[in-house]
Design a protein around this ligand. Structure first.
Ligand SMILES: [Zn+2]
Length: 77
């Protein structure tokens, strides 16, 4: 859970879901993919401005090490 004041960018650990928990399935081996990292909104862009996941949500990265395949999904309110 987030109170809007903590750093929500992280590698490893447990995801801070905006909506309900959601783990993608690896397109190669069909196993549930482990969480790798998450990125918050408001990250500065090289060309100026801030990145937003929808209305200010979070992006989640998953990684199947056996297949070396990544997945990305995002959630917002
Ligand atoms: Zn896989």
């Amino acid at each position: 859970m987030s109170n809007g004041h903590e750093n929500l960018n992280r590698v490893g650990g447990a995801p801070s879901w905006v909506q309900s928990a959601e783990y993608p399935t690896c397109v190669n081996c069909a196993r549930k993919m482990p969480f790798l990292a998450q990125l918050d909104s408001d990250l500065p862009l090289a060309e100026g401005g801030d990145w937003q996941w929808g209305s200010g949500g979070l992006g989640y990265v998953f990684w199947c090490s056996a297949c070396r395949i990544s997945a990305l999904l995002w959630q917002c309110t």
